[in-house]
Design a protein around this ligand. Structure first.
Ligand code: SAM
Length: 266
């Protein structure tokens, strides 16, 4: 692990029974309920702040919302998730990172035997993710942080994917660069989210979410234009009657000096 702000590597210290991650430069990130904390929600700005509030308020019943939404629209949840998870290339023993893991709903569908890591902006979503993991008898290392500033060293994960949050990040390009940075060379990256069609016909209409989605400055678009040109096999697929997109691409096997950001290796 490394500081998302300076890139310095971090080590665990224990003080008065409380664990924290510290860097040589003196940065200190607390570990709360087993989750390293890399952000202060009060310091979030723009869209990240707005949607952090949404997910903090609905985190406790997010899974119920998903269940009801699927039932209401006659969608089979297994097919729904597998429609994009089928793009992942996971082998036994792989380290797999989901940025914006939420309550971990995708984890249930991943092959057992992989080592799972998840990061999210919302503490409430992660608390519910921990409860889900206990119920499913699964393990994952969870992190509270911003997907635009990942606390991981370059080339760390065999598989990196994201589902459902990037449309409304402050800086989608930065989040994509970060996914690429922490993915191992040669790995395929997946980014999936809803399209404008879905946001307009569903989120703008549901009372609990409408206030967050109405009067937007820009329509939602799949961020294919933000995928660096040096990525390989870039592929965009529309799913579920054009309501969802899955964008995949492969990080080249050879070194990409211009994509590793200014931080040093952690
Ligand atoms: C619709 S949920 C999707 C959760 C999960 N990926 C799934 O498919 O069930 C979107 C998630 O994105 C998270 N999120 C929003 N902005 C984020 C950011 N800048 N960094 C990390 N997570 C973020 C929210 O907290 C929320 O848990």
């Amino acid at each position: 692990m490394r500081s998302p702000y300076t890139g310095d590597s971090l080590h665990v210290v224990s003080e008065d029974g409380h664990e924290a991650l510290v860097s040589q430069a003196g940065e200190r990130f607390p570990v709360r309920n087993g989750i390293p904390v890399f952000l202060d929600p009060e310091k979030l700005t723009g869209s990240n702040r707005k949607y952090n509030r949404l997910y903090e308020s609905i985190g406790g019943f997010y899974d119920d919302i998903q269940r009801v939404a699927c039932a209401f629209r006659g969608i089979n949840p297994d097919q729904y998730l597998l429609s994009y998870l089928r793009f992942l290339e996971i082998n036994p023993g792989d380290s797999v990172l989901e940025t914006s893991v939420g309550t971990g709903l995708n984890y249930k569908y991943l092959p057992r035997g992989a080592r799972l890591f998840g990061l999210d902006l919302s503490a409430e979503m992660l608390t519910n993710c921990q409860a889900n993991l206990r119920r499913w008898e699964m393990d994952a290392d969870l992190f509270l942080g911003n997907a635009e500033d990942l606390p991981f060293a370059n080339d760390s994960f065999d598989v990196v994917f994201h589902v459902g949050g990037i449309n409304f990040f402050n800086d989608r390009a930065k989040a994509i660069r970060e996914m690429i940075r922490v993915a191992k060379p040669g790995s395929r990256i997946l980014i999936a989210d809803e399209t404008e069609k879905h946001v307009k016909s569903t989120y703008e209409r549901i009372p609990i979410t409408s206030g967050y989605f109405k009067n937007r400055q820009e329509a939602v678009t799949a961020p294919i234009d933000l995928v660096p040109p040096e990525m390989q096999e870039t592929h965009l697929e529309m799913l579920r009657d054009g309501r969802f997109y899955a964008l995949t691409f492969r990080k080249p096997s050879s070194a990409m000096p211009n994509l590793t950001n200014s931080h040093t290796l952690g």
